[in-house]
Design a binder for this molecule. Structure first.
Ligand code: SAM
Ligand code: SF4
Length: 336
């Protein structure tokens, strides 16, 4: 859809067309860089119901959002999530939404991939940080590589397009970047490397994990030809094509670069908090206006007010001597 007069625009003239919805902060994994072992999750009574999440999504769609990504925590562990996917999928059929998609750890794809396709999902992002069984379990604490591999092959079988997300972690998977690129090439998957972001307290020191993607790219270029392409998603990712495999390779570098100028997205949490920027703590409560009246008038004006304070850019910083995370919440609250 093109810009319409109802289109949400922020103070810098950026059209907000992309909504990421964290449908739960819970997860069946405990990735070392994402969560601590003993997480305190939000009380279930604070959660929006699936119907309320749907109302919020519809409010955004009515203001020109044409792409929605469901994320989490692990979106597929939310009970009856397929009901929400089905109702949002109907907006794909009417053309109000261009894309409905999902970021998942892949562990439940074997069970759900077919239903995802039936309900209008065409592409999924699957997070995978290692192709070595023991390392996979080490990084996810509670996961097995086998379940994700079964999920991926079912997703392929039913025709989902797949992009693998890999967090680049110093001393953990830097020896696997080449094998990930060739494996994704064989499988027909795109691949994106992500820098660790300083979100929420975890047991480890993030400075020890942080690996700048400029370095990752330099190492990759010793073995692969990377061709520049113009593909952009309005996010902090830049893509190249790997000449040898023909697949896209992305680099998400929120720390070593700042790509806020073409940011088209906002995020809502499972309790109805709207975050205008991944890298800042400012948020707007949409649950109260959502529950105040059923007509969406209050929630639409709360959305307008919040978008009016979307910041120009984020303040991420990872430095020795800075011991507190840049933002207090974990990634699983807003889903990245
Ligand atoms: N559970 C799903 C998954 O793992 O794909 C969706 C939610 S997860 C929070 C979304 C993405 O954020 C994953 O690719 C994960 O690797 C990434 N992530 C989590 N914590 C991060 C952090 N502190 N820095 C960078 N990426 C992070
Ligand atoms: Fe769960 Fe995803 Fe966070 Fe891993 S990265 S703990 S799978 S939410």
């Amino acid at each position: 859809m093109g810009i319409n007069k109802n289109q949400l625009l922020d103070p810098y003239g950026r059209a907000i067309s992309y909504l990421r919805v964290s449908v739960t902060d819970r997860c069946n994994y405990r990735c070392l860089y994402c969560m601590s072992e003993n997480m305190t999750f939000l009380p279930k009574s604070d959660l929006l119901t699936l119907e309320e999440l749907e109302r919020l999504c519809i409010a955004f769609i009515s203001r020109g959002v044409d792409k929605i990504r469901l994320t989490g925590g692990e979106p597929l562990v939310r009970r009856n999530i397929m009901n929400l996917i089905k109702s949002l999928g109907s907006f794909i059929k009417t053309g109000m939404l261009n894309e409905l998609t999902l970021t998942t750890n892949g562990s439940l794809l074997e069970k759900y991939a077919e239903q995802l396709v039936e309900n209008g999902i065409r592409r999924v992002n699957v997070s995978l940080d290692s192709l070595v069984r023991e390392k996979f379990t080490k990084i996810t604490r509670w996961g097995t590589l086998e379940e994700v591999m079964s999920g991926l092959s079912e997703a392929k079988r039913v025709g989902l397009k797949i992009k693998i997300n890999t967090v680049a972690l110093k001393g953990f998977n830097e020896d696997e970047f080449d094998s990930l690129i060739s494996w994704c090439g064989e499988q027909g998957f795109d691949l994106t490397f992500i820098e660790t972001m300083p979100m929420g307290e975890i047991e480890q020191n993030r400075v020890d994990q942080y690996m700048p993607l400029t370095l990752v790219r330099e190492n990759i270029e010793k073995n692969w030809k990377l061709d520049e392409i113009s593909y952009r998603t309005g996010g902090p990712a830049r893509y190249v094509k790997v000449r040898e495999t023909g697949q896209r390779l992305g680099f998400i570098t929120p720390l070593s670069h700042n790509f806020c100028e073409d940011c088209n997205r906002v995020r809502i949490t499972c309790t109805g908090q709207l975050y205008m920027c991944l890298g800042q703590d400012d948020r707007a409560d949409l649950r109260t206006p959502l529950r105040k009246d059923s007509s969406n008038i209050s929630v639409l004006s709360a959305i307008d007010e919040a978008i009016g304070r979307k910041p120009k850019g984020h303040d991420f910083i990872i430095e020795r001597g800075v011991s507190k995370p840049a933002v207090e919440r974990h990634m699983s609250v807003t889903g990245g």
